[in-house]
Each structure stands twice: as structure tokens, then as C-alpha cells.
Design a protein around this ligand. Structure first.
Ligand code: GLV
Ligand code: MN
Ligand code: MN
Length: 418
């Protein structure tokens, strides 16, 4: 490597190498229909981690792993003691995930490092490429658990004690897969954080725009609702005498849809999981457990949606003669990203000649946690037909490349700063 140098504006990442790495990682936990299943801290997550850590080492990065299993690969800068500029995302997926969600941000970061290595460029500030544990929250709630713990929003002990949907304990799973690291939690502290991600929604694709400069991200409220009614015979029990937990679960799902319709605007709501017990055709359900995911860019409106749901649950319990209890699984307020970093992304995209727009993120991301401790923002690339959390998730190779090029020059810009 040369000593600190001002890199040429002509520098570009290698799009084919980026796609090849994405494909190699997607082969781990590949599902029949082109998707990917690497639930956090599963055996496939371990295999994915091993592959990415191997690449980090090949690229000359110094790898550290913290006690919640977040992995950081550091590339030295000419100002050795300066806080690094960090990029990254996650490599865990939902059970029916695609190949780009999270993975693009991590492998895009490695591609930036590879391009800098090839060109012999040393940045002033060090660069760190990170991947954070359990971003999806699909196995262990809350989502963004690793980055939340990294920024001090969740203490290590309760984080390690988190119980999975399959009953396993996070800390034990972390030990089992060999990723309970020893580096100091919260280190390295970043000077700034930039995350490259697929949009996971339809805006860029519909508008034919290549790059989204993400300036804010909506608030997230996850809760689990348990309904206890009474099992009885499906043929003999008069309708007026039922305490049907299954009906109540359906009524809640219906209410959530009506609520979002009434609130219009940016309110979204999802009942993504319902479990009934005993779950038999001729038995009235004694128990139902379901999840509600509510999101809004406006914290006041999100609070109002939560209050409306709580009032509905009280009324439903009274009318149906069932017991209803709730448990919060995740609650994060809407986030505004750093205007300076957003403006840098915009300026870089313009300089590189890509079409772009400012936008909001509908999904949760590690960058929202990092924004609590340093200036942060995100770069989005289009998701074809807006499909994500689905094996059909797709992004054109040219857009993957464009996003990584914007990441490259955004990191170069931030890493050159005092
Ligand atoms: C994370 O993928 C989320 O649910 O937004
Ligand atoms: Mn993601
Ligand atoms: Mn996701």
C-alpha cells in the first residue's frame, strides 16, 4: 500500500466480484426456490460467518469479535489512532429470506476494501466492515439485537439471556457456534457509519431511480399477544357460549387492517404469526398466540395506533370472555439520519452520474442503532417489484454495482476527514 493518498475519482469496485461473493454466501442455507434461510446463530449462520470472516482475513482485515457475536474487520488508516469510518450490515436472514437483505451491505463493504487494496489506496481514517448479530429478530427478538447491544441500548446479560422462538438461549447458541467473542463490547467506536442495503420496497424500482439516500426510518412496535379462552367441542357448543381464542386472533388481525386503513398515511400493520392450541379441526381453540408489527414514521401516530389496539384488546376480552395479555418484543422510535452523511451520499451519487432521490426506510436496520452513537445514514438500491423477505427478492447487477460504488466514494470522503 502507498502512504496516505487521495484516491482518484475514477476508482470503481468490481461488480462481478461482488456478485460472485453474494452468490457464494447465498449458497449457504440456500432454499429450493432461490432464497436463503440463515436464521441467527443457526449452523448455517455459523457457516456463513466462517466464510465472511475468511474473506475478511484474505483481504488483510484485522478481525475482532465481541461478546454478542458482532464481527468487525479493520483496515488500517494513515492516522492510526483516528476513529474508523464503519460500514456493514447483517448476514442472518428470515426463514424465507432472499439473497441480498443484509448480505449486500457486508459484502459491499468487503468489495470496497478489495478495490482499495487493488488500487493501493490508504485512507486517512481506518475503515471497518462489520456484521451484526441477529438483525432480523426472526429467531431472537428484538430485531437489530447485536447492533443495539453494541451501542449500549441493551445490556449484555439480558441480550445473552434472550430466548429464541425454538426455546434455545442466545448466549448458549453463540458459544455453540463459536462466536462468543472476547473483544470489548461497544468497540470499535465509529467516527461515522454508512450502510448499503436493498430498499425492500417498490419506490426506486417504480421510479426507475438507482440510488436512495436514506434520511429517516420509521418507528417499530412489535408485540406478542396471548389469548386464553376455553377448548370445547366444535359441534356441540352453542355459539353464544364460546370463549374462542382462534376467533379472537382473527378479530385482532382484522382490527389491525381496519386501523391502518383508517389512519391512512404511513401507518402499516401486520399480523405475521398466529399459533393456535390445540390447533385441531373440531376443537375450539383454548389458546392463541399472535404477533402484531406496527410501524409509522411519526412517533405520535405510532403511539396512537398502539393505544387504539390496547383499547380494542380490552373490549374484545370483555365481550368474548377470554383473557388477553401482551408482551413487548421490540419498540424503537423513528430515526432521523445525519444530514451531513445523507448530503455526502447524494453528492457522491451525483458525481458518479447515478439517478437518485432522498427517501425513508420502511424496514429496520443496524444503521438506526449506530445513529445513536455517531453520524449515520444509508444507501438504498432498488428491489425488483419491491419484493423482500421472500426468496424472489432481487436486484439488478448494475444496481448492486452502483450501490457499492456510491459506498466506496462515500467511505473515501468520510475517511479523508479530520
Ligand atoms: C427487519 O428486517 C425488519 O423487520 O424491518
Ligand atoms: Mn436487512
Ligand atoms: Mn430483513
Amino acid at each position: 500500500m502507498t502512504k496516505e493518498s487521495r484516491p482518484s475519482s475514477a476508482l470503481r469496485i468490481d461488480g462481478q466480484r461482488l456478485v460472485a461473493r453474494l452468490e457464494e454466501l447465498a449458497a449457504i442455507g440456500a432454499t429450493e426456490n432461490g432464497g436463503c434461510c440463515r436464521l441467527a446463530l443457526s449452523d448455517d449462520d455459523r457457516r456463513g460467518r466462517d466464510l465472511v470472516v475468511g474473506w475478511m482475513r484474505e483481504l488483510g482485515l484485522a478481525v475482532s469479535i465481541d461478546p454478542i457475536g458482532n464481527v468487525f474487520g479493520r483496515r488500517a488508516g494513515s492516522a492510526a489512532d483516528a476513529e474508523p469510518v464503519m460500514t456493514g450490515s447483517h448476514i442472518d436472514t428470515v426463514r424465507t429470506g432472499g439473497r441480498y437483505d443484509g448480505n449486500l451491505g457486508v459484502l459491499g463493504g468487503l468489495e470496497v476494501v478489495a478495490a482499495l487494496n487493488d488500487a493501493g489506496v490508504t485512507t486517512r481514517r481506518p475503515l471497518v466492515v462489520a456484521f451484526f448479530t441477529d438483525e432480523e429478530g426472526a429467531r431472537f427478538a428484538p430485531d437489530m439485537l447485536g447492533s443495539l447491544t453494541h451501542v449500549g441500548g441493551l445490556a449484555l446479560a439480558p441480550a445473552l439471556a434472550t430466548v429464541a422462538i425454538d426455546g434455545k438461549v442466545l448466549g448458549e447458541e453463540l458459544e455453540r457456534i463459536g462466536y462468543a467473542g472476547k473483544s470489548a463490547l461497544g468497540e470499535p467506536r465509529a467516527h461515522a457509519f454508512v450502510e448499503l442495503h436493498i430498499e425492500q420496497g417498490p419506490v426506486l424500482d417504480i421510479e426507475g431511480v438507482s440510488i436512495g439516500a436514506v434520511e429517516n426510518l420509521q418507528g417499530i412496535s412489535w408485540q406478542e399477544i396471548e389469548i386464553v379462552g376455553q377448548s370445547n367441542h366444535a359441534g356441540t357448543t352453542p355459539m353464544r357460549l364460546r370463549h374462542d381464542a382462534g376467533y379472537c386472533a382473527a378479530a385482532i388481525a382484522h382490527f389491525v387492517r381496519d386501523l391502518t386503513r383508517e389512519m391512512k398515511g404511513d401507518q402499516v400493520g401486520t399480523v405475521g404469526k398466529i399459533d393456535l392450541y390445540p390447533n385441531l379441526i373440531n376443537v375450539i381453540a383454548a389458546r392463541a398466540t399472535l404477533t402484531v408489527d406496527l410501524r409509522n414514521t411519526d412517533e405520535k401516530l405510532l403511539l396512537a395506533a398502539e393505544a387504539r389496539l390496547a383499547a380494542f384488546l380490552l373490549q374484545l376480552a370483555r365481550v368474548e370472555g377470554v383473557e388477553i395479555s401482551t408482551r413487548s418484543l421490540a419498540r424503537f422510535e423513528p430515526v432521523s439520519f445525519d444530514q451531513g452523511v445523507v448530503a455526502t451520499i447524494e453528492a457522491v451519487a451525483a458525481r458518479l452520474g447515478y439517478s437518485q432521490r432522498r427517501m425513508t426506510s420502511g424496514a429496520g436496520h443496524d444503521a438506526q442503532m449506530l445513529s445513536r452513537v455517531c453520524p449515520a445514514a444509508m444507501i438504498f438500491v432498488p428491489s425488483i417489484k419491491g419484493i423482500s423477505h421472500n426468496p424472489a427478492e432481487d436486484t439488478a447487477a448494475a444496481d448492486l454495482e452502483a450501490g457499492a460504488n456510491v459506498l466506496l466514494h462515500t467511505l473515501l470522503e468520510l475517511a479523508s476527514r479530520e
